[in-house]
Design a protein around this ligand. Structure first.
Ligand code: BES
Ligand code: ZN
Length: 879
């Protein structure tokens, strides 16, 4: 349903089994950019053989129908009906063979769904419902079929022809044409189908599986990128090893392909044995990609590989179950990255991301449970809730059952469901049955939206040496659900002495004390825990490793936070304590500013930072995380009414204050870390760069900063250090910034991925003038509104990561952005909808801004022919 006015919701409760089995699908493609002919032959078998006949219902969209035949008889106009995206052939016999031929037009497909053109090649994207843009078929994940795919094309233009599975045969044809046939032995749903045709170069390696099978690994890229595939290949091999070791899962085919494209709506796609990747998540060289890019590639390569079991071998019954594959696979890629890099740093980055992207979603117009009950456009439900919150729910199973219990559950899940399309209930049942536990109440996490709040109070009784923790949970109403139930909340605690040592923990009814961290499980709205033999009033270390996706409220004193920052054994708690302290300091200045008072710098924050800067034992990357101040959007989330400018000024004030008071410590640490060593890819070297560049960002707020940044820029041999220097110069409005940017542009103007960074650096610059620069940049030859990476790095960054630019009081940011949403909707509705969500939290701003944003939303809402994608977002925001 693409038309906004008639866009209708689909409900999970309406699920119906597809009445037919389709055991075999033969596809034939006559490939051309302007038009491609697709012939399909499918064998239908009625599930219920008692019935004599049944309608065949298929999905299709933007297809030019050439011919249709059933059991050898050509169908005429009155033998079938087409209504919107459905084709119905009434009364087909129990065994039926359907043949179709359609024509499609890849070069004019700007939505990047179905078959489309990217540079010198054609490729497909089918998840969630793109297959219907290729041919008529039941386009739903519970219809699983084996595919045989034959392609023919001109050899000069399309030397490489790829599809899923194994290459079965190939040959020459007259007039410089050739053909290739692929066969995938594993039945799969439409969304895992893929085809690639064009002029691509490849890098090849091998992996020997645990059972001794040789798997050919190939990464296909445009020829100029051949020297940037090494890291992706290494990550793939690491991922294959890791899945064997940690999850006992082996790869199941003899071939694994990765294709990189510059034109992709998402990050990457797990098509069976033919992954397609946004080139951002494949291509890297030290001088073109940052440490974050390298880590992103490792994580995404892992993610798509891990889907082979969690997604492909066991898939989703329908799209409401999306978190079944995505939440689980995100959990798996998080664990992979944690095992490859620093576990603690990875955890903190995951938690920061959950809080800054998922919490606002739960608190906004699109709030939904990790398994939604209804949607208009499924593409709008590839959300932080389904993905990141979904992964924390999987992590809670792991926390509750332990690694071995969790793995027992996984094993049973695969034993029961290999080759099937199943639901989250099936996953929960496997976990419960394998461990002999009841997880019914835990299952509420699948159906309840919103971020639970846990309010904690405590009491120490010196006479009895008892320490009581009282926890109350409460989930505020969300837009989609008014009343909420109590959830199962695992929480890990420790109790510290004021010297920072872990106390042994013994609950009232227990005979022995256990070590420093204790896992407790809350199941009711309110619960009390009494610890005995506690010799002094302890400092509570709460929710260690962030054991549940909740907001934790406890009235920490500055002293307690200082103790946790300095001594806690749990990296998350240390980091969180530093964030709480910084957040308190910034929000206090914001308030003072609003009250017309002078701002001031808190002495406990200074002390804490002094400690962090003097710490030579902790992982430098963790210290870096602890000193990164909460970002403006996260701070905004903490306010009743967002004070856009106040937050910006207060945060800057605190940063500058810390920088100047601790200038010599920052300089000392910076100098130590800036040791002139050549670039290395190791986690240790990345950690050094992370801390070094955090120090630089503070130093840029002192007089010494500019020359340090310029020197770093001149001597840099890697993109991480280069970007940190230029970004810093831009943010402090240095006169050197302009020259640095033009030099960068001259050097990289032909390089799409690096130019994305160039756009981002400029779009992120705070202040109301940036919108004009963004408008200018849209005219730059390296920019294209048709390319999602360009749109995200310029327009998306401006709207989502530049609060003082986007929320400029004069409406300039809003008006510009609404124009872009409208423009994009005509080209690529999925991307337009993502951009439109920048307005989602409009009700949280002051009256003037509210009025302006609402007017822009209304302007978008009445656009003629608005897509279902955008209208779902806009209508929800306006409701
Ligand atoms: N299956 C998705 C990709 C996808 C979803 C493509 C919907 C098109 C439409 C893939 O496995 C995925 O989740 N990719 C993520 C990256 C991942 C590391 C979380 C993405 O593309 O953002
Ligand atoms: Zn995924």
């Amino acid at each position: 349903m693409k038309d906004g006015l008639s866009a209708k919701s689909i409900y999970r409760k309406d699920y119906m089994v597809y009445p037919w089995d389709i055991n075999q699908l033969d596809l034939y493609f006559d490939i051309g950019s302007e038009s491609t002919i697709v012939r399909a032959e499918m064998k239908f078998h009625l599930k219920d053989e008692e019935k004599a006949t049944q309608d065949i219902v298929l999905n299709g969209s933007d297809l030019q129908l050439v011919s249709l035949s059933l059991n050898g008889r050509v169908l005429r106009g009155d033998d079938y009906t087409i209504d919107g995206e459905t084709l119905t052939i009434p009364g087909a016999p129990v065994k039926s063979v359907l043949k179709t031929e359609v024509k499609i037009h890849p070069a004019s497909n700007s939505a990047l769904e179905g078959l489309y053109l990217s540079g010198a090649f054609l490729l497909t994207q089918c998840e969630a419902q793109g297959f219907r843009k290729i041919t008529w078929f039941p386009d739903r994940p519970d219809v699983m079929t084996t595919y045989r795919v034959t392609m023919e094309a001109a050899r000069s233009e399309f030397p490489v022809l790829l599809s899923n599975g194994n290459e079965e045969a190939s040959g020459d044809l007259p007039a410089g044409r050739h053909w290739v046939r692929w066969h995938d032995p594993f039945p799969k749903p439409t969304y895992l189908f893929a085809l690639v045709a064009g002029d691509l170069a490849l890098v090849e390696d091998h992996f020997e599986t645990r059972s001794g099978r040789d798997v050919v690994l190939r990464i296909y890229v445009e020829v100029e990128n051949l020297d940037r595939c090494g890291h992706a290949m290494e990550s793939l091999i690491n991922a294959m090893h890791w899945d064997e070791e940690r999850f006992d899962l082996e790869y199941d085919l003899d071939i694994y392909h990765v294709v990189a494209t510059n034109d992709f709506n998402m990050g990457a796609m797990e098509n069976k044995s033919l992954n397609i990747f946004n080139s951002k998540y494949v291509l890297a060289r030290p001088d073109t990609a940052t440490d974050a890019d390298y880590q992103g590639i490792e994580g995404v390569i892992g993610h798509e590989y891990f889907h082979n079991w969690t997604g492909n071998r066991v898939t989703c019954r329908d799209w409401f179950e999306l978190t079944l594959k995505e939440g689980l696979t995100v959990f798996r890629d998080e664990e992979f990255s944690a095992d490859m890099q620093s576990r603690a740093v990875k955890r903190i980055r995951v938690i920061r991301d959950l809080r800054s992207r998922q919490f606002p979603e739960d608190d906004g117009p699109m709030a939904h449970p990790i398994r939604p009950d209804h949607y208009v456009e499924i593409n709008n439900f590839y959300t932080a809730t389904v993905y990141q919150k979904g992964a924390t729910i999987i992590r809670m199973y792991h926390t509750l059952l332990g690694e071995s219990g969790f793995q027992k559950g996984m094993k049973l899940y695969f034993e029961r469901h290999d080759g099937q399309a199943v639901t989250c209930d099936d996953f929960l049942a496997a976990m419960a049955d394998a461990n002999g536990v009841n997880l019914d109440r835990f299952g509420r996490w699948y159906s309840q939206s919103g971020t639970p709040q846990v309010h904690i109070s405590d009491h120490y009784d010196a006479a009895t040496q008892k320490y009581t923790l009282t926890l109350k949970q409460h989930t505020p109403a969300t837009r989609d659900q008014k009343s909420k139930k109590a959830l199962v909340i695992p929480f890990a605690v420790g109790l510290l002495t004021t010297n920072g040592e872990d106390l042994p923990l013994q609950l009232e009814n227990e005979t022995d004390a256990t070590g420093g961290t204790r896992l407790l499980v809350m199941e009711e709205a309110q619960q009390e825990y009494v610890f005995i033999n506690i010799p002094e009033a302890p400092v509570p270390s709460l929710f260690r490793d962030y054991s549940a996706p909740v907001k934790v409220f406890y009235d920490y004193s500055p002293m307690q936070l200082a103790t946790l920052i300095a001594y806690d054994s749990d990296a998350y708690v240390r980091w969180d304590a530093a964030q709480r302290m910084a957040q308190g300091a910034i929000l206090e200045q914001c308030q003072r500013l609003a009250d017309g008072k002078d701002m001031r710098l808190d002495s406990s924050l200074l002390m804490a930072f002094r400690g962090i800067l003097s710490d030579r034992l902790a992982d430098p990357a963790l210290l870096a995380e602890a000193m990164i101040l909460p970002d403006e959007d996260y701070l905004a989330e903490q306010m009743e009414v967002v004070d856009v400018d106040g937050i910006h000024v207060a945060r800057k004030f605190i940063k500058k204050g810390l920088a100047n008071d601790l200038a010599s410590l920052f300089a000392k640490r910076y100098t130590e870390l800036n040791d002139g060593q050549h670039y290395q890819k190791t986690p240790g070297a990345m950690a050094h760069r992370a801390l070094k560049n955090v120090c630089l960002s503070y130093l840029l707020d002192t007089d010494a900063g500019e020359s340090l940044a310029v020197a770093q820029l001149e001597s840099s041999d890697n993109m991480t250090d280069t970007l940190a220097a230029i970004n810093g110069l831009i943010l402090v409005d240095s006169p050197m910034a302009g020259a640095a940017l033009s030099e960068f542009e001259i050097k990289w103007k032909e390089d799409a991925l690096v130019m994305d960074k160039w756009f981002t650096m400029q779009a992120i610059k705070p202040g109301p003038d940036t919108v004009n620069r963004v408008k200018e940049l849209m005219q730059h030859p390296a920019f294209s509104i048709q390319n999602p990476n360009k749109v995200r790095s310029l327009i998306g960054v401006f709207a989502m990561l530049n609060p003082t630019g986007f929320h400029a009081a004069d409406d300039s940011g809003y008006e510009f952005h609404a124009d872009r949403v409208i423009e994009l909707d005509g080209l690529n509705p999925q991307i337009a909808a993502r951009m439109a969500s920048a307005f989602n939290r409009w009700k949280r701003y002051d009256d003037d801004r509210k009025k302006l944003m609402k007017a822009q939303l209304q302007r978008i809402a009445v656009v003629d022919g608005l897509s279902g994608d955008v209208s779902e977002i806009i209508n929800n925001a306006l409701r």
